[in-house]
Design a protein around this ligand. Structure first.
Ligand code: URA
Length: 232
């Protein structure tokens, strides 16, 4: 726990005297409540707002969502439900967006952030952050598919980067991609006349969808978890 005037001064560059003056003029809220007392004790987890600006906590927000079917990967949409509607009110911030798209009928791991550089790093094909999917198709998974995925499937917008396909059942496979083109997995299996009937993203980089995160649930990532996304 830390004194409020001290914490304001260390986070903003205001002197202790200026911090005290901001407090006494009612410009500071702690967890939504105007707080005027300089020696009020605050914890790391308290939300401190000065003149409408959050001054403590991380500079950026990183959330994990277990995306259910029926939501589009957009910040707003005139007619459809968006993944941002699943962000709990207390985690909602200006500037949040889904880092990468999952189709409306795809489920699983989705990262929501307000950090554009981070999103670019985890999505850029040049960075090779692998994304693993659990896939079910309507035809048996074949060795030809596995071979073609590992060599690079040719789609209408060019050849895909090499991908891995591990057969896990007659109709199921784990597929790992290091790029994210429009409907990529559906189109890759489409080359074999197969239709994807279920698609769930399981991991990005070294970070896996937490087992205790139910479909539709969204929570903040720890620093360690955020870093895992960029590690392999
Ligand atoms: N590939 C697809 O076809 N759809 C997704 O949502 C993700 C990868």
């Amino acid at each position: 726990m830390e004194r409020l005037d001290k914490m304001i001064s260390s986070r903003t560059g205001l002197s202790r005297k200026e911090a005290k003056s901001a407090l006494s003029s009612g410009k500071v809220t702690v967890n939504g409540v105007v707080t005027r007392s300089s020696d009020f004790k605050v914890a790391e987890t308290d939300e401190i707002i000065l003149d409408g600006r959050k001054i403590n906590g991380k500079a950026h927000t990183y959330l994990v969502l277990n995306k259910p079917k029926g939501y589009v990967s957009a910040t707003e949409d005139p007619s459809q439900k968006t993944v941002l509607e699943l962000v709990p009110e207390e985690l909602m911030r200006n500037g949040l967006f889904p880092a990468g798209r999952l189709d409306k009928d795809t489920t699983g791991l989705m990262i929501i952030t307000d950090d554009g550089d981070f999103a670019h790093r985890i999505l850029s094909p040049k960075k090779h952050v692998p994304k693993k999917y659990d896939v079910t198709i309507d035809l048996p998974v074949t060795y030809e598919m596995e071979k073609a995925f590992s060599e690079g499937v040719m789609l209408s917008d060019g050849i895909c980067k090499t991908a891995t396909l591990i057969k896990t059942g007659e109709y199921t496979a784990l597929v790992t991609l290091s790029e994210g083109r429009y409907h990529q997995i559906k189109r890759m299996f489409g080359c074999f006349g197969a239709k994807v009937t279920e698609l769930k993203r399981l991991s990005m980089g070294g970070f896996s969808l937490p087992e205790d995160l139910a479909e539709g649930e969204c929570r903040e990532l720890s620093d360690e978890e955020t870093a895992l996304i960029e590690s392999r």
